[in-house]
Design a protein around this ligand. Sequence first.
Ligand code: PLP
Length: 430
Amino acid sequence: MGVRLPIYLDHQATTPVDARVRAAMLPFLGGIGEKFGNAASQHSFGWVAEAAVDRAREQVARLINASPSEIIFTSGATEANNLALLGVARAYGLPRHERALLSGGATGSLSPRLTAIQDPASRGDRFVSVATEHKAILDPLTHLVEEGFDAEILGVAPTGLVDPRAFAAALTPRTLLASVMAANNEIGVLQPIAALGALARERGVLFHTDASQAAGKIPLDVQAMPIDLLSISGHKLYGPKGVGALFVRRKGPRVTLAPIMFGGGHERGLRSGTLDVAGIVGLGEACAVAAEEMASEATRLLDLRDRLLAGVMARLTHVVVNGDLTQRLPGNLSLAFLHVEGEALINAMKDVALSSGSACTSASREPSHVLAALGTGLAHHSIRFGLGRTTTAEEIDFVIEALAQKVPLLRASSASWEEASRGPAPRWFP
Ligand SMILES: *Cc1c(COP(=O)(O)O)cnc(C)c1O
């Protein structure tokens, strides 16, 4: 039994850097004999760096069926999301108080930006998104609401899925953009992106998807789906941290963004700042490896996840799957162990790196907003199992055995367990 401890089962938080990715990056982290140049420089050092960035741009584009000129490198998905939302707001939007200024006819005191707006009626002020989005979507939207825009945040079913009819109903002539994540980072649920993208396209609303968890895990095609803006994070697909990309559609429709950073005009003026050549090379290689191995890896991870679920269900009762089990990332399982505190179980499972249903950023142990949105009241009992490229069947068996030992121990000290254990076991998925 050669399981190496601790076991890493938190691949939705971050992934280890693939050895091929690391090898591709190393020359770009080197000194004078190596490839340290600035991609903007007009000499051989710069050209080497520029060629590497070009190649990475192609690798990223290929993963999502985009063209290389549609890829903007960023510091990660947080920045990509902010650029998409704030960039659309500033390029196409007109917040309420500015609209009021324009219709008030107070031309003398208007800013140059407002004076330049020809047709206020054509400018929207609404965004549509979903309650289970990452904070890197919800927080920029809150910021935009403070600036005078509206954001309609749709709820989800207990499965975690958004209803396409509710989505369609939320799109009004004043909606600038709808943003719906491709795969959820806590419960792995896959939203019906193709259907939602088509609904947005029909109504002339721009469609953004945060694909941090989906890219490299499930097929994505910005043409077929259709998607206008898409965010990618390097460290969620076996690339380095601190690098990501935003796909910005260039035709049918051509999406215009206003930058949120100003400076040297890199990345077509959309993202000033010297490019992180090593990180970008790593992101590109990570995308190439993922494109190559996605299908076989998905099958392997599904088998491992089935093994985990079947093993847990065979050994324990009163366990509930959070979110839809079929519309889900292959490498994700989120389980609620009734009559057990998720935090306590994680602490008891000390040889396994897991994440609970509470926001660990605060000492207050707020329930996760994602699990709360499911409406099942199970956030405090929940644990996320994030399987990935290095996960083995032996590791899964170790985890099943550990759960089978620890959960009954914790339940033995739970006041509610004794009574509940005599009643019928609950349905185990929504
Ligand atoms: C990790 C993650 C992010 C943030 O990505 P960074 O590259 O770490 O900024 C955004 N959205 C989702 C869904 C994520 O999983």
